[in-house]
Ligand binder design. Sequence first.
Ligand SMILES: Cc1cccc2c(=O)nc(N)[nH]c12
Ligand SMILES: [Zn+2]
Length: 371
Amino acid sequence: MFEFRLQAQCPVTGARAGEFVTPHGVIKTPVFMPVGTQATVKAMAPFELEEIGAQIILSNTYHLYLRPGADIVEEAGGLHSFMDWHHPILTDSGGFQVFSLATLNRVTDEGVECQSHIDGSRHMMDPEWSMEVQQKLGSDIAMCFDQCLHYPTTKEEAETALARTTRWARRSKDAHTREDQALFGIIQGSVYEDLRRRSAEDITSIGFPGYGIGGLSVGEPHHIMYEMLDVLQHVMPFDKPRYLMGVGHPSNLVEGVARGVDMFDCVLPTRNGRTGTVFVSTGRINIKNQVYARDFTPLDPSCDCYVCRHFTKAYIRHLYKAGEILAARLCSWHNLHFLIKLMEGVRESILNGTFPAFRKNFIEVFHGEGD
Ligand SMILES: Cc1cccc2c(=O)nc(N)[nH]c12
Ligand SMILES: [Zn+2]
């Protein structure tokens, strides 16, 4: 269990294709993981995610602990039963969320004293708390409790957070006993190459079945993200999955794969779906634009998803203008399909030795970057 089988690697770039074995199924990588923060990928039912080809989804320790409570999820038989998703699930540790959502009262090496963003209740969140909650939730992959800093940050702050993250990684591993759940370490170090190397050495020397790359996609320019990945791909274990947390835009996924990343997650496809921003093969469009009022073509003529086979831009624009719930559902559906199929195409190109051409063509055709 939790074996990572490398199946192919690109001789020109750092791209690789593999399989990660979990109790709820084998994950074919590279893979995009839809985010289901509160035990649901917003606006999507599990059977629809299966239809789209989602292999694994995320949920969040911080959110589910605060609501409905880890005990309720445990009494339901764990997350898979609670949400009726019987494929792999990864839970984030709460480290990132507590720093970005909660009111922070005190942050020490012991942990984070904070107040809930929901009802102001007071909590102590630390590695032991995170492991207890994730083991109750019963995800297939749990993450270490870490400290993620925003961008920009000083090198001194980054060094302090890196050392704390290492100490918290040890405490996470010591507190983690559930054998049918993998615990991934998380590498920090902000945008400093030497700190990234140090964190990678610290965390991989503790030893985990897989590794998250944290502290990126927090506001830094894309080229700096890529520079950090260029460093990390040579200092991370070859035979363990690498998970770039919170990423990202379609081009970030392709460029991340080229630098040896195997797993990605991001709220973009569903968050954009709710605002009408849609990925198409040439970039991005916003369906609310007046130009689509009488456009009776699919969102993306080159897409074969349910939405593009049944509905037109004009219809979906109407739904948005009318405030209909189906608008967000259809655009989320298409955006998730876009990223999942993009990763399937990337994986296929690595397996058949054409990834450099795939990457070159994608960069030439797709102009959808932005914020
Ligand atoms: C979800 C996410 C995005 C981006 C960065 C991070 C991070 O550094 N640490 C954790 N635990 N989660 C992250
Ligand atoms: Zn589509």
